[in-house]
Design a protein around this ligand. Structure first.
Ligand SMILES: Nc1ncnc2c1ncn2[C@@H]1O[C@H](COP(=O)(O)OP(=O)(O)OP(=O)(O)O)[C@@H](O)[C@H]1O
Ligand SMILES: [Mg+2]
Length: 438
């Protein structure tokens, strides 16, 4: 029960920090206004209205009695009333008394008027507060005619209600407006920090940004910047060292190849030459990868057009395309292209039929590459992602591979903040699922 209530509140309450803080500020203000308004209406407005209505009805009663008792000076009495009060009094003889009262049941003014009139005149009264904006039309049964009195509404309704409403709502709006301005300034640095952290996670280029806002937020920003720099330096060092080694190894390899050519046992030299060539391929592959990875900038790219463009090169191959959603995404195009080419090459060299599917989920864009090859046993899913790991050595297929394709693809997708997972495809081969956050 409590858990359900908790969940309900979680669902209806705003998710964003700005709106949550605004609610914390605005809710008490609105609540206070409601309470003050209710108290004002109940204790001040309604009581004043009752008192005023009662005295008005008494005035009318006095007029009615004097008019009734006095035999001769009837006209004079009406004149005095018209002159001294805000009344317009008329006597209409031989008039039919209206039966229905056009009153508003929800109006407190009508309610107290009805109550007071009833206690004095019983059922022989009629009034109309609707037809005229500022006046009330009151009629009392008098012999075979009516006594019609018209008086201004402010005689029975305290006019302060509108001014009160203005005074209570205007400062409320003003306070909420000030809160919005201040809260916007307070939440902006947090939103910026979250955006930068997200960008960094996706491997996008992040400009250095200045800490701003409250002390704690500045501190978090400052620490984030330091962490980001440390990670960048670490990554750079790693790839620079690896490409340095790879580069330097090429010279001794070339020397070895030359020396092999001079070797007398040519069958042995041939075998060793093959191995050296494989080593060179590995090094070249790695060097090319690290060169691209470092320099490329992200670009907004339409993924479907991008995928179609890559697939043009595979014309004549058995590739089915199933592109569902048209979505733009921020990627390093050459790196992603390299990744997809690696995956497509794998699919085509291990299977014959290939299907490429793109899909969109709530946070991610998915690219599925299915084939009808032999697939990969589940216990090898993790291993094949490792550099230079190949299952084919035992299978004896695809001799040209060095075992870097999948790990490079994985590295590229990781650096975009996404991930690659392997599954069994509906065609019984391998399904490579690339998901990229957008
Ligand atoms: N679509 C696939 N179907 C079956 N096995 C696969 C598939 N893709 C990859 N593999 C297995 O995973 C291993 C690693 O793949 P990876 O692409 O990293 O290397 P490779 O293709 O052998 O060499 P290269 O570096 O030239 O791509 C491969 O040796 C292969 O055994
Ligand atoms: Mg490969």
């Amino acid at each position: 029960m409590l858990y359900g209530l908790n969940n309900f509140f979680k669902k209806i309450l705003p998710k964003r920090l700005f709106y949550r803080s605004l609610l914390i500020v605005a809710a008490p203000i609105i609540l206070l206004q409601i309470i003050i308004t209710v108290v004002f209406f109940d204790s001040l407005w309604i009581k004043a209205n009752k008192g005023m209505t009662r005295s008005l009805v008494n005035e009318v009663k006095t007029l009615f009695e004097i008019y009734n008792d006095n035999k001769n000076n009837k006209e004079e009495i009406l004149d005095i009333y018209n002159k001294n009060f805000d009344f317009v009094v008329r006597v209409k003889e031989n008039q039919i008394f209206p039966s229905e009262i056009p009153e508003r049941w929800y109006s407190p003014m009508d309610r107290s008027l009805r109550r007071e009139l009833k206690s004095v005149f019983g059922e022989s009264y009629w009034f109309d507060t609707i037809t005229y904006k500022e006046k009330v039309d009151l009629r009392i049964k008098y012999k075979n005619g009516i006594l019609q009195i018209s008086f201004p509404k402010h005689k029975i309704a305290p006019s302060s209600a509108r001014i009160f409403a203005l005074w209570i709502t205007l400062p409320g709006f003003l306070l909420i407006f000030i809160a919005i301005v201040f809260l916007k300034n307070q939440t902006r640095p947090i939103v910026n920090l979250a955006k930068v952290a997200e960008k960094f996670g996706k491997g996008e280029f992040v400009k250095e940004f200045k800490p701003s806002g409250a002390k704690e937020i500045r501190q978090a920003t400052y620490e984030f910047e330091r962490m980001r720099k440390r990670i960048s330096i670490h990554l750079n060092q790693r790839s620079e060292m690896l490409s340095g080694i790879s580069h330097d190894l090429r010279t001794p390899l070339t020397r070895l190849k030359l020396q092999l050519a001079l070797l007398k046992q040519q069958d042995l030299a041939k075998k060793m030459g093959d191995d050296i060539e494989e080593m060179e391929r590995m090094l070249n592959e790695y060097l090319e990868f690290s060169r691209h990875q470092k320099t490329e900038e992200t670009e907004m790219t339409d993924l479907n057009i991008f995928v179609e463009d890559i697939l043009k090169k595979y014309e004549g191959k058995n590739i089915k395309i199933n592109l569902e959603e048209n979505s733009k995404i921020n990627i390093r195009p050459n790196s992603i292209k390299r990744c997809l080419v690696n995956l497509l090459d794998n699919a085509l060299s291990y299977g014959e039929k290939v299907e490429v599917i793109t899909k969109k989920t709530v946070n991610n864009l998915l690219i599925l590459i299915d084939d009808n090859g032999p697939g990969i046993p589940e216990n090898e899913y993790q291993n094949v992602m490792k550099p230079f790991y190949r299952i084919d050595k035992s299978r004896g297929q695809n001799k040209s591979g060095v075992g870097l394709g999948l790990s490079i693809a994985n590295d590229i997708i990781r650096s975009h903040g996404g991930n690659i997972s392997l599954e069994k495809s509906p065609m019984n081969g391998l399904r490579v699922k690339v998901s990229l956050p957008f």
